[in-house]
Design a protein around this ligand. Structure first.
Ligand code: NAD
Length: 360
């Protein structure tokens, strides 16, 4: 029987609608090939939602997302809304939907496409073949731990406090996600912590080690975060899947992303304990090029592939999309952000057409 999925689309602002349009056409094409049926519904978020309703995350959008099998988001934000108070800004909508869906695991792949290897700031021989997945804990750790705040001491001096805290349950659930993902990849998981200094990291290490017993096929290693930051630059190919806490993951996922050199190519996924997950490119709404048909839609399209793989367990459809991306790059199609000599400069729409051609 043909499988049916309801997908909420949140195009958002800036280049969002342009890149989303490409992703939707690609999803339709892949649905035909894989005998899937997608029912798309569109919701408001960010600046677009502020303009229409005064609220960056209308309740209707949250409800729509909750009732769907997966949520595909493009990007939010823009100059127009920059001077609004924080609770009314587009970013509040994004944080709100992540919280509303209970998304505690953030997946950030850093894949170096051979066709774009010269975009990396590192030498070819260092980055060739890099394919890393950073699994970052997203809702705990130092960004949320209590106590937090700026307090006044007895001597009248101010003291800023944040608390890095994790419960066993919080560590176990992110470790489980990471082991599952490592199992679908090359069965290698590196847990990054600072267990030589931090008690919270020691607990992290103990729980991740305990979880490893359930995944005997996965080779688990541990690394201190300072060393991991160095190793990512020195020898990035040694990593497959990395799992780490919120703060360390925030930094390491950006560092790993830079190995690839091109922000227009980076997808991400955020997962909770049940669907829907949220899938979105790493980049923002690029207001400087919005409406000019210059945006690179590939991060959005690769986010749709992540949605199929990690949100809907449709591995074949996900791989077909990734192969199509690889094909158009091999054929020399490039948007301006990844252009290099001898390649063919195309706009967002034309890149979409090339993808559809590759899929057919
Ligand atoms: P940005 O990622 O939007 O843009 C940075 C630079 O990269 C710009 O020069 C832009 O043109 C380019 N770029 C980004 N994506 C591209 C693509 N797909 N194709 C071609 N070029 C691309 O970051 P910014 O300029 O710091 O932020 C712009 C707005 O986006 C702000 O309002 C910010 O708050 C918002 N933002 C949203 C998200 C999100 O929705 N997740 C993330 C980051 C920033």
């Amino acid at each position: 029987m043909r499988k049916r999925y309801t997908i909420t689309l949140l195009p958002g602002d800036g280049i969002g609608p342009e890149i989303m349009a490409v992703a939707v056409e690609v999803l339709k094409a892949v649905a035909k090939k894989c005998d899937l049926e997608f029912e798309f519904q569109e919701g408001l978020i960010g600046g677009a939602a502020i303009d229409a309703t005064g609220n960056p995350l209308p309740e209707e959008t949250v409800e729509m997302c909750r009732k769907s099998d997966a949520v595909l988001l493009a990007a939010i934000g823009g100059y127009k809304w920059d001077s609004l108070p924080r609770e009314k800004r587009p970013e509040t909508g994004l944080l709100g939907i992540r919280a509303a869906l209970g998304l505690f695991a953030n997946l950030r792949p850093a894949t170096v496409f051979p066709q774009l290897i010269d975009a990396s700031p590192l030498k070819r021989e260092v980055v060739e073949g890099v394919d890393i997945m950073v699994v970052r804990e997203l809702t705990g750790g130092i960004y949320f731990g209590q106590p937090k705040g700026i307090f006044t001491t007895e001597t009248g001096e101010k003291r800023g406090v944040n608390t890095m805290a994790y419960t066993e349950a919080e560590i176990d659930r992110i470790a489980k996600v990471a082991f599952e993902i490592a199992s679908k990849r090359r069965n290698k998981l590196c847990s990054v912590d600072k267990a030589n200094v931090l008690d919270v990291s020691q607990l992290w290490r103990d729980r991740v080690t305990a979880m490893a017993e359930k995944y005997p096929q996965v080779e688990l290693t541990h690394m201190y975060v300072d060393n991991a930051a160095m190793q990512l630059i020195r020898q990035p190919r040694q990593f497959d899947t990395i799992v780490t806490s919120n703060l360390f993951g925030d930094i390491l996922s950006d560092e790993a992303a830079m190995l690839t050199g091109s922000i227009g190519m980076l997808p991400s996924a955020s997962l909770g304990s049940h669907p829907p997950g949220l899938f979105e490119p790493v980049h923002g709404s690029a207001p400087d090029i919005a409406g000019q048909d210059k945006a690179n839609p590939l991060a959005q399209v690769l986010s749709a592939a992540m949605m199929l793989r990690y949100g809907l367990q449709e591995e074949t459809a996900a791989s077909l999309i990734e192969q199509a991306v690889s094909t158009v790059l091999s054929q020399g199609y490039r948007t301006a952000d990844i252009m290099s000599p001898g390649c063919r400069l195309v706009g967002c729409k034309q890149m979409g057409d090339a993808l559809l051609q590759a899929l057919s």
